[in-house]
Design a binder for this molecule. Structure first.
Ligand SMILES: C[S@@+](CC[C@H](N)C(=O)[O-])C[C@H]1O[C@@H](n2cnc3c(N)ncnc32)[C@H](O)[C@@H]1O
Length: 253
């Protein structure tokens, strides 16, 4: 992978004492038992710690899920069965969904937490820590690479096995990864019934605008504002978007 994604050192941030070891996250008591996350302080790349956009996405999922995942939203008509998190890092958001599935929903939903190879052991460690081995699976998924059969949209009878919810938190931060992330989002939505995509994002640099300007050609980028902590996160320049594929080659639209 180094050939294609040379400069991996860009993804590595200095080891930070406050992001080492195990943390309990209950999100103000909304998630009990609390999520346990082990952070490695950046040893395995920037994903080795919990990022603010991941926290926002957990807060949103917790607020908007009653008897099913996101049941209090317009998407809540049917239970989501196959959830894919991109750039999961520690696995934070996917693990939050997995814990809810285990303790509350019982919808037989599978959650795939994915990232570059170096993060897979940390995600696996956190899956063990939270005892969600049945609900959550860790996989290597490099943006821009062809999707594996597990995640590639299928038509016809196999459609029921498609990913129906994509989650991404703090994945827009590195300019050279923008076209790769866009490619993966396009591949995941190249079907008649594309998955719901929720993307949480913290604005850090002006260059991030390039990513959103570029994807607007193929996606409607809709900001989600109807959640309790919206103003809290707005002050920290952290936003939540739904990306809706405008049309895809296979949709015939
Ligand atoms: C800023 S971290 C966010 C981690 C986590 N989502 C959170 O909110 O705590 C960005 C994540 O994207 C992953 N990433 C960066 N480039 C990637 C690529 N080309 N393919 C797959 N994952 C990538 C990093 O390894 C890292 O885990």
């Amino acid at each position: 992978m180094d050939g294609i994604f040379g400069g991996f050192e860009d993804l590595v941030v200095p080891r930070l004492e406050e992001h080492l070891g195990q943390t309990d996250l209950s999100f103000g008591g909304k998630l009990l038992p609390a999520l346990k996350i082990c952070e490695d302080g950046g040893e395995s790349g920037c994903g080795g710690k919990v990022w603010i956009a991941g926290e926002l996405l957990c807060e949103y999922v917790l607020e908007k899920s009653n008897d099913h995942l996101l049941s209090k939203t317009i998407h809540g008509k049917r239970p989501f069965k196959k959830v894919l998190e991109l750039g999961s890092g520690t696995g934070l958001v996917g693990l939050c969904v997995g814990l809810l599935e285990k303790n509350k929903f019982h919808d037989n939903t599978k959650v795939y937490v994915t990232d570059i190879d170096k993060l897979v052991p940390l995600m696996e460690r956190n899956i063990q820590l939270d005892k969600v081995q049945y609900e959550v699976l860790a996989r290597e998924l490099w943006w821009g690479e062809p999707l594996s059969a597990d995640f590639s949209p299928q038509e016809g009878d196999l459609q029921t096995n498609n990913v129906d919810l994509v989650l991404a938190a703090d994945c827009v931060y590195l300019e050279k990864a923008f076209p790769l992330l866009e490619r993966t989002l396009l591949d995941l939505t190249n079907c008649i019934s594309p998955p719901v995509i929720l993307m949480a994002y913290k604005k850090r640099r002006k260059a991030d605008k390039q990513f959103f300007n570029k994807i607007k050609k193929n996606f409607d980028v809709l900001e989600i504002t109807d959640f309790i902590k919206f103003n809290y996160y707005l002050k920290q320049k952290t936003h939540l978007f739904q990306l809706v594929r405008k049309c895809s080659p296979r949709s015939g639209a």
